[in-house]
Write a protein that binds this ligand. Sequence first.
Ligand code: NSP
Length: 221
Amino acid sequence: MFSEELREAAAELWQASFDHGFIQELVAGTLEEGAFRYYLLQDCYYLTHFSDAHGLLAAKTTDESVRSSQLALKKGMDEGEIAIRERYFKWLGITQEEYQKTVVAPSAYQYVNHLYRQLTTGTVATSLAALLPCYWLYHEIGVRFREVTSPNRLYQDWINTYDSPAFAENTRRQIDLLNHLAEVASEEERLAMKESFLISSQYELAFWDMSYTGETWQFGR
Ligand SMILES: Cc1ncc(CN)c(N)n1
């Protein structure tokens, strides 16, 4: 399966995500709440664009199975993961005003730009490959840490989201679509799909770093 080839190519990168201080401390419950707060603010920006990317992909494709699934996933995300973020905002006392004033960090900005680049200059298959690590890596995190209970209720709630049957099904859906598109892709397009998938995997790793260190622009913004 092409998805297995991609997973293997990303193995080292994904392992670095599992081992990252942000994830390890989140699971142990020792992660500074300020780092999680920062992550949530940046992730809300990311998820809003990630959701829009599904709509753009639906508009770009002529394949009905891709179109309908992206629209369904977009709806599920708006009502699920994005709605959960609103609950977390309340939990941590983050106001809309604070969110509006938040400066988008370089890595969050660049990750979103990679998605849009694929949607504009790439193909449907390379765009889907760019979206996939967002599902698959997080689902693996949920599964990997399902036996551990973080002493921090909020962190545990976050982990549970990605181990839920709904998230597992959405991940499976995107993996199946990727394999379906890879079957009819040329060798050149398959290489571009792999590159797109690996770039997203790099940005997933950068996202933990960004949140852990409170990344800022070099001369401010
Ligand atoms: C950056 C990022 N990547 C993935 C996910 C999981 N949808 C997320 N919430 N944020």
